[in-house]
Design a protein around this ligand. Structure first.
Ligand code: ARG
Length: 459
């Protein structure tokens, strides 16, 4: 059964049909397609194009079709071009050709597919948000479990300044909360139904796109039927939100990989979230984190591939647009695999807080504290920076830490450098002193966590 047989003397060539077919990936839209058909039947009825009895019979046939799709009793065949064609066949089989044939009036696969794709993505966005929240929860929980633990904060991967582990973990959580914000903002833009746009120009049959929109969970229908059938920026933007999420997860992953090395020894992975080697019996590998890093590349590829598909397509619908779905479906599928594993891995990480504490001051991470202490004594920052730098040079020359410099050495470097400077030469003192809003002081981090946790109820 074809939706367009009339003007053709022959059916499609085998290779033509094979190229054209999409049911192997768009069948997942079937429940949405049937929901669209129900709504469409109702507006046809309201426009006087279906009698009361016809509407009842149509809805009953659609219910039966939905059941058969769900149970697997009805599936697409090789001859079905796409999900819409297959379900039309299913409807004709159940409602009979006379009644079943009435449902195609005033709609096109072009407005159908644009609507169903949005519906599927809006549901997927909610699932992705739930999975992301679980990762945020795992980060928050670890931060709560380690309120005082410190580690060397880094820039350029070099020791920079000591920070609270909780502060560092919450930094990752903040990025993920922005990903959640992005999905929600995206939804507000995606929530317009193209149903009723027809092939591109709208319908002459007096149908009500707003009624269809409401029935399908959209607050409104599109303002422009050409845009409704031609635009896919909702898909690209969604793909970006997922790629960004993947990139943010990959940054957590990269740190776990580094922290888990023998050289760092900051964390131990739980056995349930690590893998072994087929040849090296001692190995315990951070595969979850590595797959996160790898999948981020895949998600970026899905986004760039989709953008390339959309580039320079003239309005309105072109068959190129059939290529829009697989990359987005793939990004969703990959994240649905990844998010629970990342949440599990983070939630079960053991942090070696002694090792973290020992490495926190290494690499002269307290040098900025010396400079800022001097500034508080009235020394201009440029001279203070110079003097603190010289402290590092002298300490490094002697192979000791800044806290080991003698009173004489300090005085020789700068007259303002009295032994009182030693009050900031502890990691705890340094961390506690960074008490500006958003800083790493314990009280500030606790406030930050409270604000973040309060925001999680929004999603
Ligand atoms: N399967 C197509 C898609 O996913 C929709 C069908 C539109 N086909 C057409 N010849 N107008 O984009």
């Amino acid at each position: 059964m074809k939706l367009w047989g009339g003007r053709f003397a022959s059916g499609p060539a085998e290779a033509m049909a094979a190229l054209s077919a999409s049911t192997h990936f768009d069948w997942r839209l079937a429940p949405y397609d049937i929901a669209g058909s129900r709504a469409h039947a109702r507006v046809l009825h309201r426009a006087g194009l279906l009698t009361d009895e016809e509407l009842d019979a149509m809805l009953a046939a659609l219910d039966q079709l939905a059941k058969d799709v769900e149970s697997g009793a009805f599936t697409p065949t090789a001859a079905d071009e796409d999900v819409h064609t297959a379900l039309e066949r299913g409807l004709l089989e159940r409602a009979g050709p006379e009644l079943g044939g009435k449902l195609r009036a005033g709609r096109s696969r072009n407005d159908q597919v644009a609507t169903l794709f949005r519906m599927w993505l809006r549901d997927a966005a909610r699932r992705i948000a739930t999975g992301t929240l679980d990762v945020v929860d795992a980060l928050v929980e670890q931060s709560t479990r380690h309120p005082d633990a410190v580690l060397p904060g880094r820039t350029h991967l070099q020791h920079a300044q000591p920070v609270l582990l909780a502060h560092h973990l919450l930094a990752h959580a903040q990025a993920l909360v922005r990903d959640l914000d992005r999905l929600r903002d995206w939804d507000a833009r995606a929530a317009e139904s193209p149903y009723g746009s027809g092939a591109l120009a709208g319908s002459s049959l007096g149908l009500d796109p707003e009624a269809v929109a409401r029935e399908l969970g959209f607050p409104t229908s599109v303002d422009n039927s050409i845009d409704g059938t031609a635009s896919r920026d909702f898909a690209a933007e969604f793909c970006f939100a997922l790629a960004m999420l993947g990139v943010n997860l990959s940054r957590i992953a990269e740190e776990v990989i580094i922290w888990n090395t023998a050289e760092f020894g900051y964390v131990t992975l739980d056995d349930a979230w690590a893998t072994g080697s087929s040849i090296m019996p001692q190995k315990k590998n951070p595969d979850v984190a590595e797959l996160a890093r790898g999948k981020a590349g895949r998600l970026i590829g899905n986004l760039t591939g989709l953008l390339a598909t959309l580039k320079a397509q003239p309005l309105a619908y072109n068959r190129d647009l059939q290529e829009d779905k697989e990359p987005v479906f793939d990004s969703v599928e990959q994240l649905e695999l990844l998010l629970p594993a990342i949440a599990g891995m983070i939630g079960t990480l053991t942090f070696h807080t002694d090792r973290l504490a020992e490495s926190a001051p290494a690499g002269f991470t307290l040098a900025t504290d010396v400079a800022e202490w001097l500034v508080r004594q009235g020394v201009p920052f440029r001279s203070a920076h110079e003097a603190a730098g010289e402290c590092v040079r002298v300490a490094e020359g002697r192979g000791v830490g800044l806290e080991d410099l003698t009173t004489e050495e300090l005085a020789a470097i700068h007259p303002a450098l009295t032994p009182a400077v030693r009050e900031v030469l502890t990691v705890e003192g340094s961390v506690a002193s960074r008490d500006s809003r958003g800083g790493t002081a314990p009280a500030r981090v606790a406030e930050q966590r409270e604000r973040l946790v309060a925001r999680l109820n929004e999603f």
